[in-house]
Design a binder for this molecule. Structure first.
Ligand code: NDP
Ligand code: MG
Length: 368
């Protein structure tokens, strides 16, 4: 059977790797639409190669070879069996809701969607019978390990520790943009790479896991594992721990999400060998150095709009850091300031979420 798929964010790190997976599995997929932001040159090359009917880019007139549609229109087209949401930031939320409302399965890379509106998204998906299939490698690992959700005791999420794992707090405080972007294991978009340096990414992933697997924060554990071979694990009530392992590659989780419930042959560069890996290390995160992680747990436990605040303040501060306006630790200070003054709204509506998101972004920008 040929699955009909659309990709939001086809020119990004996840989007490009998804197209590599699809190219390998060509007769299994038909691409209905591709959406990008400003990289129309690459989008047009992708259109030429994959021949989607529809495409979106910020500049509508620059698209060659496909019919222009908005991301909302892409997600309203019930021709799609599945939509891969791989745009970065808050722009992923609305199209995801639209696709769920139209009964289309979601392969979700965009974690901000669940951090901002996890309750709304998961409840809607349940009501519509839509699958939310995780692309994030840790969540894909957990998804692959779960047989019976009700028998789980806890989720164990691994973290590589990022580029500052073995550096001092002082080194980290004075880190340049270049140092923060030098991730030892993964080659990703800039925003998530900075989040991986502060471990905010792991914090966002804890919130993402809470929503995806309906697990309380007390039963989600983070462990630092520098080799990034164990992608995450689950512990069952009978004491059995099941982990998913593999060489670090986003092709695997992307492929598992879009081919689910099947497994297919993948892009495998070499065979896995325990003896070549030789050792796997695990350690508790340094909560002092990586305050972002405890802040994310706290926001998650408070719930409601607290995670909207966390996400919005963090994203704006990361952009300011990338522009050279602030230092790496100012990101954490800014988020802390915003969290302290935010008046939490319990069960916010989608409109309230966007309102709060805008308000926090404006206030965060005023800090710099
Ligand atoms: P990138 O920055 O590499 O890619 C972002 C994509 O979104 C690009 O295609 C970009 O288009 C598109 N985009 C940006 N703004 C707009 C807009 N206004 N309208 C339409 N499209 C837009 O990010 P990543 O691929 O690294 O990450 C994407 C998401 O996946 C993030 O939420 C991230 O947290 C998550 N994720 C990523 C992982 C990874 O390994 N990269 C791992 C796990 C999760 P253009 O470039 O054309 O402007
Ligand atoms: Mg991840």
């Amino acid at each position: 059977m040929c699955k009909k798929i659309s990709i939001l964010g086809s020119t990004g790190s996840i989007g490009k790797q998804a197209l590599e997976v699809i190219e390998k599995l060509q007769d299994k997929f038909e691409i209905i639409s591709l959406a990008a932001g400003s990289n129309v040159q690459l989008l047009n090359e992708q259109i030429k190669k994959f021949r989607p009917k529809y495409a979106y880019a910020s500049d509508k007139n620059a698209i060659v070879g496909a019919n222009y549609v908005t991301m909302e229109e892409i997600c309203s087209n019930t021709e799609n069996d599945i939509i891969l949401v791989a745009v970065s930031g808050r722009i992923g939320l609305k199209p995801t809701i639209t696709a769920i409302n139209n009964g289309i399965d979601i392969a979700l890379a965009n974690k901000e969607t669940l951090v901002m509106a996890g309750d709304i998204v998961m409840n809607l998906a349940k009501a519509k019978g839509v699958n939310i299939l995780p692309v994030d490698s840790e969540h894909s690992a957990i998804h692959q390990c779960i047989k019976d959700l009700s028998m789980l005791d806890k989720l164990i999420i691994t973290a590589s520790g990022g580029p500052f794992l073995n550096k001092s707090i002082e080194d980290m405080k004075n880190a340049t943009v270049e140092q923060a972007l030098a991730h030892p294991r993964w080659n990703m978009g800039k925003k998530i790479t900075v989040d991986s340096a502060t471990l905010m990414n792991k914090g966002l992933e804890v919130i993402e896991a809470h929503h995806l697997f309906n697990m309380s924060y007390d039963n989600i554990e983070v462990v630092v594992h520098p080799q990034s071979i164990v992608h995450s694990a689950v512990e069952y009530k009978d004491g059995s721990v099941i982990a998913q392992l593999g060489l670090p590659s986003m092709h695997i989780p992307i492929q598992y999400a879009i081919t689910y419930p099947n497994r297919m042959e993948g892009i495998k560069s070499k065979s896995f060998s325990f003896s070549q890996i030789a050792r796997l290390d695990f350690q508790e995160p340094d909560w002092n150095k990586f305050k972002a992680l405890s802040m994310a747990y706290e926001a998650g436990r408070i719930g409601g709009s607290a995670t909207v605040c966390l996400n919005a303040a963090n994203e704006e501060a990361v952009f300011a850091f990338l522009k050279g306006k602030i230092k790496l630790f100012d990101i954490i200070d800014s988020v802390e300031k915003m969290m302290k003054t935010h008046k939490v709204v319990i069960n916010p509506t989608l409109d309230e979420i966007f309102e709060i998101d805008n308000e926090i972004r404006t206030k965060t920008r005023e800090l710099f």
